[in-house]
Structure formats: structure tokens, C-alpha cells
Design a protein around this ligand. Structure first.
Ligand code: ZN
Ligand code: ZN
Length: 391
């Protein structure tokens, strides 16, 4: 939060987010339109994912209620549900790569209609008043964006948000994306996090035809970086630590694959790249990669290691005026631009669709790197909600 900047008051009278019959006494909220949703989530850091029933608020005037069809499995979901990013409120339903169809809209919503294919990414609200929000950069909200799950929802009574491993979700229309019908809904789901996370820095660097883009790591983020950079007309070089990934990188469209521990190959790539998208979340030495960048090149680090990185050599940056940068997802307008770009260029994620009862196994496989390249939950396998909400 910016020092001295007051936290804006909630725009609307706060409502309890979960209006079950037990907790509505003394409020004006009607439970008539509240719906229960079947979900999978964690009840503790070591519980794994278990079936839950959650209550979704009745749509307020600006809300869109979405019947979830698919939700991508992101590494963040694993870290959050296992409490690896600090204290967490349980039960917690993860999921922020959500695609589904509008089921109901609030009275003031005229830009979304029932039946429309829509998406929700990593945030469901922000302050809407700070410079970042006013610039369409809600992900950098100076008062903190409201994450799609595990975050306090200031405009809804500080309830903890619950994510997309559920049969429905209710989100303010300002944070709902339009998913082009030409995109396969399951394969489009990972675009909402992995897609926009790699699209945003490529756009920020204004990558275009003739540029050379390097991609470090070939997982959920890396494979999207390759596809998006190719679609922007760039030449793409993939860095990998494993020769076993060479064929897969070429299949995705990489023009060149470089074994990062092969010093001769790294030397041969000296001064050949304009911008590097680094998707590796484990600590790694960046200095050899800086030497592959041209004058005025940039390296965007997208992965957040939990341990310290080896030190960056300032000389490597100074001698070529290299920018070492980070980047966080994308704003709402940019996420929409990315979805439209993907429709225009036929870009989607390579996915393996899983049932709800396979989620725990999918998490283990994801941690082991055994997925090409994103798991997506089929929300129709979540079952039906029980009569009372757990959350
Ligand atoms: Zn994510
Ligand atoms: Zn803001």
C-alpha cells in the first residue's frame, strides 16, 4: 500500500458474502437467490483437496453469476492450498483460470447476458481508484487487488474469496472477461493466468516480427510464452536444462533450443536475443542468460522463488543497458486483448483435462513436472452440492 494514501471506503454497503440461512439474521440480505455450489478445496494445509459445498452470494446489481465449465490448475493453487505462502484461511477453494457460461446477471449488468462464454482470471476486484486501477493495471492496484481465492473481499463483508474449482462463481462484471466462442473452453482456461502472465511482458516490450524472444523453462507458463511469441511474429529460442525437452520445444514452435548447461551453446547464443521471458520459479543463475541479450535487451522474471537467487552481476546489465524486470499477470483490458489475440491466431494451451477425483494426483504430477502443459478441471465432475454449505 502507498504510504499516506487512504484506503477508499467500499463503494456499496457491505453484504455478507455467504448468505446462508444461519447467518442472515439482522441483515437485509435475502437468501432466496443464494445458490450452493459443489466444490473441491483444502480444509487444512495437509488435507489435500476434498469435496465441499460452498454458498455463492446472490448477484448484486453489478454481478455476473457464472456456471463454471473448466478451471485450470496453476502452481499457485498448490502453494496456496498447502499453506506454502504463509498463513491461509481454510476451507480454501482454489482456481483462477476459470471458463464458464453466464447463468444470471445483476440488475445493472447490460454488457453480459446469460449463456455467454466468459472467463475469470486471478483477480475479482481492486480499489478502482488508485493510479494503477485508473490506468487499467488493476493487477498492480496500490491498495492490493482482491485475488480470486483466499483474499478478503472488501466489498462483500471481508468474506474470503473462493475460486474456480466449483460449479459456480459470482464476480463483479468489471472483472469478467469475454471468451471468444472459437476457442476450445478447456484449452482456453489456462490463458486466464498462464496466458496473460506471459502475454503482458511480451506486449510491454512491444515484441513484433523480427524480434528474437528467449524463453527459460517449458512448463505451463513457458509453453504459452513460446506460442504467444511465435504468434506475434518473433523468432523463439527456448532454454532448457534437459535434452529430453528439445523435441517438445520444437513441436510448440521454437526455432532454436539451447541446453543451458552447455557452455559452448550458451556462448554461441551471445548477443542474439532481444527479450527473455524467464518462467523458472526455482533459484537459478541469471548471469549466463544476460550474455545472450543484445544491447537494450530485457529479462522478465515471472517465477517467484521461495529461496534467494544467486546474485546478479551489475556489470552484465551495465555493459549492454539491459533491463532486469518482473511482471505480474495482466490488467483486465489487457487480459481481454490477450483472449482476442489468441482467438485471432488460434492460440490455446495444451491441456490434460482431469476429473475432480483426480485433483490430488494431478497436484502431485504437477509438482513433479509431469504434465504437458496444464491440467484443467472439468467442473461437470464436481458433483452436486449437499444441502448445507461447508464454507
Ligand atoms: Zn495462476
Ligand atoms: Zn487500485
Amino acid at each position: 500500500m502507498t504510504p499516506g494514501r487512504p484506503v477508499p471506503p467500499p463503494l456499496a454497503k457491505p453484504l455478507p458474502a455467504i448468505a446462508t440461512e444461519e447467518n442472515t439474521s439482522g441483515t437485509e440480505v435475502s437468501t432466496a437467490d443464494t445458490r450452493l455450489a459443489a466444490a473441491y478445496g483444502a480444509t487444512a494445509s495437509d488435507s489435500g483437496l476434498v469435496p465441499l459445498t460452498i454458498a455463492r452470494r446472490a448477484p448484486k446489481e453489478d454481478d455476473v453469476e457464472i456456471a463454471v465449465e473448466f478451471c485450470g490448475l496453476c502452481h499457485s493453487d498448490v502453494h496456496a492450498t498447502r499453506g506454502e505462502w504463509g498463513s491461509q484461511s481454510y476451507p480454501l477453494v482454489p482456481g483462477h483460470e476459470i471458463v464458464g457460461r453466464v447463468s444470471r446477471v445483476g440488475s445493472a449488468v447490460d454488457d453480459f447476458a446469460p449463456g455467454e462464454l466468459v472467463g475469470v482470471g486471478c483477480m475479482v476486484d481492486s480499489c478502482r481508484e488508485c493510479d494503477s486501477c485508473l490506468d487499467g493495471l488493476e493487477q498492480y492496484c496500490e491498495n492490493g487487488m482482491t485475488g480470486t481465492y483466499g483474499a478478503k473481499d472488501a466489498r462483500n463483508g471481508d468474506a474470503i474469496t473462493q475460486g474456480g474449482y466449483s460449479t459456480s462463481i459470482v464476480v463483479d462484471r468489471r472483472y469478467v472477461l469475454r471468451v471468444p466462442e472459437s476457442l476450445d473452453p478447456a484449452a482456453a482456461a489456462p490463458l486466464l493466468c498462464a496466458g496473460v502472465t506471459t502475454f503482458s511482458p511480451l506486449r510491454h516490450f512491444e515484441v513484433e516480427e523480427g524480434d528474437v524472444v528467449g524463453v527459460i523453462g517449458l512448463g505451463g507458463l513457458g509453453h504459452m510464452a513460446v506460442k504467444l511469441a511465435k504468434a506475434m511474429g518473433a523468432e523463439v529460442k527456448v532454454f532448457t536444462t534437459s535434452e529430453s525437452k528439445f523435441a517438445a520445444a520444437r513441436e510448440l514452435g521454437a526455432d532454436d533450443v539451447i541446453l543451458s548447461r552447455d557452455e559452448a551453446a550458451m556462448e554461441a547464443a551471445n548477443r542474439s536475443i532481444d527479450v527473455i521471458i524467464d518462467t523458472v520459479a526455482a533459484p537459478h543463475d541469471l548471469n549466463p542468460y544476460f550474455r545472450t541479450l543484445r544491447l537494450d535487451g530485457a529479462l522478465f522474471q515471472l517465477g517467484l522463488p521461495s529461496e534467494a537467487m544467486p546474485p546478479v552481476n551489475p556489470g552484465a546489465l551495465i555493459r549492454r543497458r539491459i533491463a532486469y524486470a518482473g511482471s505480474l499477470i495482466g490488467g483486465i483490458a489487457e487480459t481481454q486483448e490477450m483472449l482476442d489475440f489468441c482467438a485471432e491466431h488460434g492460440v490455446v494451451s495444451d491441456v490434460e483435462v482431469v476429473r475432480a477425483d483426480q485433483l490430488n494426483e494431478a497436484y502431485d504430477r504437477m509438482v513433479a513436472g509431469d504434465v504437458k502443459y496444464r491440467f484443467v478441471l472439468d467442473a461437470s465432475t464436481l458433483g452436486s452440492p449437499s444441502e448445507r454449505a461447508d464454507v
